[in-house]
Design a protein around this ligand. Structure first.
Ligand code: ADP
Ligand code: ADP
Ligand code: MG
Length: 593
């Protein structure tokens, strides 16, 4: 069995503890160099050869920065390691012509690293971190006789062209200047400009400068710019962040059509409905986030996603989660059950260019109501109306209620650490309830010492959702709480929201575009439709099935339930089920007769 020691560089604060790990290490006490100080970084360096795995440093480190892990026996041939005590990757997926390979796994497990390796940005070192920059000949030799041998040979000789849509599209304006039209026409090596502008609905942004785009617009531009390029291998790192459901399915169309054009495509994605619809087969990454990641065998897309949901990979004989994720069929909730927390009659509010109306409705205690609809359709306006912040043109809300609100775009100008942010923004911070119900599910402990400015998208999201939940309110409104979270984090966030609102006898309104997540957490739902930026109409909250049906009918998409796990799956356009469901007006799975 082999053992790795991992040091989390963000967490390690040797100045504050004066090397507690070294002080207590039994090896060091016997005058061995089990842990030494790195001359460059001044951080501790743990020798994996000398380390006995006693775990004392792990327990003693006040910042939980050290992790000593016994690797499963089968893992003895790493593909890459970033450095001593750093993340290690085992295995690589292989791509195939004319197909889309999906990659599914938690944050920090090596997904982006895989793309960096397969696109030639990182030459893998087969775990020999002393020589951090790998050697092409060694890699080519290592993969002798397999498909990856040719891949790396051609890649190293510049014979294949790789196109890469990066994860962090909000960084793009820093590197790409000018307007959208010029960017896309300069990139247009495949003569697909018109087609992609049409499918991704980019006409209105063509004359805009890259610096003036919203997250969703940037994402679509980034997908389009990759799509129009000529390449052999296409890598899309999380293409759906910021996109609404319709835009997600348009992205599926665009990316799938690359495969139809004969390309080899890989997509990393946390939205399970999108991943399901886009992939021909998938690879699952497992291991321990931040420490090591293992690429599973290739799996069929249905079987693979189901295995992920069930938490057990049969071929690998690995349990990746204690329990299966359970989806339910959502029997319609009786309309008059429970006590309402707020009720309103027909509402109207008109701005200069935008008019909003909502059908009379009510929200009950202890329920989660999800809201779906495109961006710019009045969801935030509705929340502000409930909060009594907006003067209505018509109708009234029975009683103004206290609302806690997490906006969609969470830019933080806060200067200071996560801990001081919590101290100032979450008044229950420090209490036991906060610890168990918020701190733990959102894994805030591990980012407490980080600067808020340095947080990744997912970390900032966790912090914002957590802080909102810690507020004192009657309705908790979350605008896209799943953006940048992995599948596990999405479900954990959903469960934490449920627990808190039930304990406070409150309610939650959640705007989201991840259908599987929506299906998992909704008690009831509202549909917002109309024309973004011009007119928005909200239905009253009603059961999920009725709402989904209306929403999907507008989009002309149908969903069925997977027989085994009951998760929602998109039907192929014009498939037998798609046509049957449309004929019956049952867009969200067929009712059992
Ligand atoms: P994912 O895309 O699955 O979220 P990544 O591939 O980005 O994960 O990262 C996997 C792990 O490797 C993380 O713990 C990350 O901190 C670490 N890592 C990524 N790049 C480097 C690097 N250049 N040097 C050291 N560690 C790195
Ligand atoms: P969503 O939350 O669905 O993205 P919003 O409710 O934030 O949508 O906004 C809907 C529309 O109303 C947008 O076009 C927005 O520009 C417009 N709008 C929102 N607030 C105001 C305001 N105070 N004055 C004028 N227009 C507004
Ligand atoms: Mg990544």
């Amino acid at each position: 069995m082999s053992r790795i020691s991992i040091l989390d560089h963000d967490r390690c604060q040797f100045k504050k503890c004066d090397y507690t790990c070294i002080e207590y290490c039994p090896g060091v006490r016997m005058e061995e160099d089990t842990i030494i100080i790195d001359e460059k970084t001044k951080k501790p360096l743990i020798s994996e050869e000398l380390c006995s795995g006693c775990g004392i440093c792990t327990n003693r480190c006040p910042f939980n920065a050290i992790n000593v892990i016994n690797l499963p026996e089968a893992l003895d041939e790493p593909i890459h390691r970033f450095g001593q005590n750093m993340f290690e990757l085992f295995g690589l997926p292989t791509l195939s012509e004319r197909s889309v390979v999906g990659v599914l796994g938690p944050n920090g497990i090596g997904k982006s690293t895989i793309i960096r390796i397969l696109s030639g940005e990182v030459i893998p070192n087969l775990g020999n971190w002393e020589n951090p920059f790998g050697d092409w000949d060694e890699i080519i030799n290592y993969y002798k006789g397999s498909q990856l041998q040719n891949y790396f040979k051609n890649l190293s000789e510049g014979k294949i062209k790789v196109v890469h849509k990066p994860q962090m599209v909000d960084q793009l304006p820093k590197f790409v200047k000018g307007n959208v039209k010029d960017l896309l026409s300069d990139a247009d090596e495949r003569n697909k400009f018109e087609e992609v502008v049409e499918t991704l609905e980019l006409k209105n942004v063509l004359n805009r400068n890259m610096t003036n785009l919203s997250g969703g617009e940037l994402q679509r531009v980034a997908i389009a710019a990759s799509f129009v390029r000529e390449g052999d291998f296409y890598y899309f790192d999380e293409p759906t962040s910021w996109l609404d459901v319709k835009q997600r399915l348009n992205a599926v169309k665009v990316i799938s059509s690359l495969a139809k054009d004969g390309k080899s495509v890989m997509v990393i994605e946390h939205d399970l409905a999108t991943l399901d619809a886009i992939s021909d087969y998938i690879y699952i990454l497992y291991g321990q986030s931040g420490a090591y990641g293992v690429v599973s065998q290739r799996k069929g897309v249905r079987v693979g996603i189901n295995a992920y949901i069930n938490g057990f990979l049969k071929e690998e004989n690995v349990r990746i989660r204690k329990q299966a994720i359970k989806f339910s069929i959502h029997p319609p909730t009786p309309e008059d059950e429970g006590e309402s927390i707020v009720s309103y009659n027909d509402l109207k509010k008109t701005y200069d260019t935008f008019s909003f109306s909502a059908e009379a409705g009510e929200i009950f205690h202890d329920e989660i109501v999800t809201a779906f609809g495109s961006n710019g359709i009045g969801k935030t306006t509705f929340a502000k109306i409930l909060a009594g912040e907006i003067k209505l043109d018509q109708g009234e809300v029975e009683e103004d209620i206290k609302i806690a609100y997490k906006p969609q775009y969470i830019v933080s100008e806060f200067e200071g650490s996560v801990e001081s942010y919590l101290y100032m923004n979450a008044h229950s911070y420090g209490s036991n309830i906060f610890k168990t119900e918020i701190m733990k599910p959102f894994s805030l402990e591990e980012i407490l010492d980080k600067e808020v400015n340095d947080l990744s998208g997912g970390e900032l999201q966790r912090l914002s959702v957590a802080t909102t939940l810690a507020k004192d309110a009657e309705i908790y409104l979350f605008d896209e709480p799943t953006a940048f979270l992995d599948v596990e984090q999405r479900l954990i966030a959903g469960r934490a929201i449920r627990k808190i609102i039930e304990s406070k006898n409150a309610a939650s309104l959640i705007v989201d575009h991840d259908i599987v997540f929506i299906d998992y957490i909704s008690d009831r739902a509202m549909v917002f439709d109309g024309e973004p930026g011009i007119e928005g109409k909200a239905t009253k909250p009603s059961d999920l099935r009725t709402s989904m049906n209306k929403f999907l009918k507008n989009l002309q998409i149908t969903f069925r339930r997977d027989k085994e796990t009951k998760r929602p799956r998109v039907n192929k356009l014009n498939s037998y089920l798609d046509r049957e469901q449309k004929e019956n007006g049952e867009y969200y799975y067929l009712k059992k007769k």
